[in-house]
Design a protein around this ligand. Sequence first.
Ligand code: 13P
Length: 251
Amino acid sequence: MSFTNKKIIAGNWKMNGLKNEAWQLTNDLLSKFESPDQKLQFEMIICPPATLLSEVVSMVDGSPIKVGAQNCSDKLNGAYTGEISPTMIKDIGAQFVILGHSERRSYYGETNEIVSQKAFSALSQGLTPIICIGETLEQKENGSALAVIEDQFTNSIPEGASIENIIIAYEPVWAIGTGKVATLQDIIDIHTKIREVSEKKLGSRNISILYGGSVKPSNAKDIFSLQDVDGVLVGGASLNADDFWNIAMES
Ligand code: 13P
């Protein structure tokens, strides 16, 4: 069994949101649910900036919404000024952590090895890593996308990972924040490749794979129609409660 058999709707707020905005957005989302025990066909996860995690965890307590961080240290504690450990994230009640997002890989020099170490530490604290992989436009154009995906998957997944305790997000770098969505065939090809590599590395194809990159209410239905898509990782559209909810409604 993969992490869940429901569709996963995850929102990455990135470095957006002050206290008031987070309060409004979270409340707007909460107001969409009919009741805490409402039967839903999806799991909703929101990933606010670290400064808002504690507040948002308290707000969603008792609701179907779960909370994740956007990054963590590979260390559990100690003299690492400015870092936030997976132990701290777990302690405040978040359950997930996005790791290896392309923005962290490209702006902060995170290699597959670093991502793998962070994911190892996150798993050791009982967090579920959402590990991001994806090719750049150049890699897509020079025909190396599948090889890049294989390399990122193989080397970003830590010891102890299984199809039950991690989630993969396929986010083509050229589709992030650009309005350019991967074609359905692109998504099928890459998700199929990820399943092949998962079988080699983790012994099963049934890993949860999210697609991310310019997901909007208008394209969500087509994306969810693909059998190989287990959910979406949404950036910009997750900052608007109606858009994020409407994406979930297409799942
Ligand atoms: P956009 O949905 O804004 O393209 O961002 C995708 C993303 O990077 C989610 O992690």
